[in-house]
Design a binder for this molecule. Structure first.
Ligand code: ADP
Ligand code: MG
Length: 565
């Protein structure tokens, strides 16, 4: 490995040369107690900035081993350090001057969720921090003096303040680790007690606005109905009380604007842990939960939706159903089957975003249009079997059809943002009405042995460096070799970096696992096993960049079925 003084000499030698001479800096350099690696150098000052990383051995960084010896605390520590580095970098961003992106200094910007990111990875031996630097130029000429400032003045300070225990606010760091342990304890408690979700008393569920994920100030704090309240003893925060949602079918009703969708949205993001101060720190949901919704126009690939739809007038086979342009009901049916395939234990559904004809059909309509003329078996008539025969619970927000009262185990009414348990009252009322049909015959879960016929372009089959070209478009979509995968309505993605990671994972699956003999399930498992064992390297070209966040397995299924290539 070269020394930092060699880097300094190299820099001096290329000063005022044309920009591509920066490429000669690629490599690793020993800086006191860390190693700086220049992984990729941008081609010109206006291109995407250069990729770098630093490595700090634990013996120098000095964090207690108890902060990184288990997966979930490691993720919490890495998240904490990424946020610290972001603070540091933002103080020096564009302090070095020049044309184009000269002087940029950036790392991932974390949101309310705690995610495992490539920005900071912690192994048994060291801390790895990945980031971007815009190498400075005058016009298109190298400005080595400014890069010298970044490497020998700014960066050492950022690394010192961001990556070493002695520079951290110990109480604040401990609070982040403690919170992760408490959240893990709630997840463990849910699994052990046949619960699918927990919402603590005092939780703040609504968000500031449609475009801000911050808590809404002055909102009504959550309060559990007495009948559903439990207390959990947490290792750090002590005893916490709140609403426990049991397995089975839970119905959330209530007048418009009373907070139904807000509760469901908090639950759907409860698959992730949230940072302190978010208001949803103790809103914890079964982390396999899948939000189901209608998504007109989506693509469906070889999904067996016959549980819900059969005998179509065009005689299309619904046991292996493909379409480039799904209807509301077929898209939602496909969502259910994908969720089962992805191992989900909980479905979350909001009537607001569902296809009505998929959810329910009232008696009068059944008299007019007979069953034999209707290809759709509504969700209403499958939900009980989904729970009793496949163990999948449902939490459903419904405001327009009373039929769901008959299949619900628990009925909550949101009343001015406060849930009220009205189960007993409604079950009495049910006896006074004629029950609708709530169970259709012939419930059968598909076998899930499908093998996808999918491929990437020829170019991508070559070496590591000429793989399919990936582009991501915020939270909306990504493309591989110009084939776009629309993920706009996959609501449980928390960050655009998860989308970028999904693109890399999908490309890897297409190159190595799909199109051959592996079933979709085997391919997905294989992708996650590879990530677990080898990290991000196999998924990337020559180096692992800053900017990938680990997605859930459920979202990988979602993007496999939306890929049209
Ligand atoms: P519904 O689905 O029942 O029609 P929403 O969940 O969409 O109602 O909530 C309606 C509005 O009330 C939203 O603007 C939301 O931000 C706000 N809101 C939700 N929960 C609370 C709360 N606990 N305190 C204050 N405002 C809330
Ligand atoms: Mg609503």
């Amino acid at each position: 490995m070269k020394s930092s003084s060699e880097l300094r000499t190299l820099l001096r030698n290329i000063d005022h040369k044309s920009y591509p001479a920066y490429k000669s800096l690629a490599g690793s350099y020993q800086f006191g107690n860390y190693v700086l690696s220049i992984d990729h150098v941008q081609g010109d000052p206006f291109a995407s900035p250069s990729s770098l990383h630093v490595e700090v051995p634990h013996k120098d960084a000095g964090f207690p081993a108890a902060y990184y010896d288990r997966g979930y605390v490691r993720t919490a520590l890495a998240d904490y350090l990424t946020r610290r580095m972001e603070e540091q970098f933002s103080a020096y961003n564009f302090k070095a001057k020049g044309s184009g992106k000269s002087g940029l200094l950036a790392i991932s910007r974390c949101g309310q969720e705690v995610l495992a990111r490539t920005a900071c990875e912690i192994t048994a031996q060291k801390i790895i921090v990945r980031f971007h630097v815009g190498f400075p130029a005058f016009g298109r000429t190298i400005n080595a003096g400014e890069l010298d400032r970044i490497f020998f003045d700014f960066l050492p300070r950022c690394v010192e303040n961001g990556c070493f225990m002695r520079r951290q606010n110990a109480a604040r760091l401990k609070a982040a680790i403690d919170l992760a342990e408490d959240q893990e304890e709630i997840r463990r408690y849910l699994r052990a007690n046949r619960l699918v979700a927990f919402v603590a008393n005092g939780a703040v569920l609504p968000r500031k606005s449609g475009v801000s994920d911050l808590p809404l100030g002055g909102s009504v704090p959550f309060r559990s109905p007495a009948s559903m309240e439990i207390s959990i003893v947490l290792p750090h925060a002590g005893t916490i009380s709140g609403m426990a949602v049991r397995r089975g079918i839970t119905l959330i009703v209530g007048g418009g604007y009373h907070g139904k969708s807000t509760l469901l949205e908090a639950l759907q993001m409860g698959v992730y842990n949230h940072i302190a101060g978010d208001g949803r720190e103790y809103v914890i949901t079964d982390d396999t939960a899948v939000k189901l919704r209608a998504e007109d126009g989506r693509c469906i690939r070889q999904v067996d939706i016959s549980m819900f739809i059969r005998d179509l007038p065009n005689k299309k086979d619904t046991a292996c159903f493909s379409t480039e342009d799904a209807s509301g009901s077929t898209s939602q049916a496909a969502g259910v089957i994908e969720g089962i395939e992805a191992g989900s234990g909980l479905f979350l559904i909001d009537e607001d975003t569902s296809a009505t004809n998929f959810m329910v059909r009232d008696e009068f309509m059944q008299q007019v249009v007979s069953r034999s003329q209707e290809p759709i078996t509504p969700f209403l008539e499958r939900a009980r079997d989904l729970y009793e025969k496949s163990g999948i619970s449902t939490i459903l927000v419904a405001g327009s059809s009373g039929a769901f009262f008959y299949i619900a185990d628990t009925i909550l009414q949101m009343d001015c943002y406060r849930p009220v348990d009205i189960t007993e009252h409604v079950k009495k009322l049910c006896k006074e009405h004629t029950a609708p049909r709530t169970q259709a015959p012939d419930f059968a879960v598909p076998s899930f042995d499908r093998i996808l016929r999918a491929s990437v372009g020829e170019s991508s089959r070559g070496g590591r460096n000429d793989r399919g070209k990936i582009k991501t478009f915020g939270m909306d979509s990504f493309s591989i070799d110009r084939e776009t995968v629309d993920m706009r309505y996959v609501e449980q993605l928390a960050d655009s970096e998860q989308l970028a990671a999904l693109a890399h994972m999908l490309r890897y699956a297409l190159e190595h696992a799909l199109g051959g003999q592996m079933t979709v399930r085997q391919a997905v498992k294989w992708v996650y096993d590879t990530l677990e064992k080898k990290g991000w390297e196999p998924f990337c070209a020559s180096y692992v960049p800053c900017g990938l966040a680990k997605p859930r397995i459920q979202e990988l299924y979602a993007c496999l079925n939306r890929y049209r290539g």
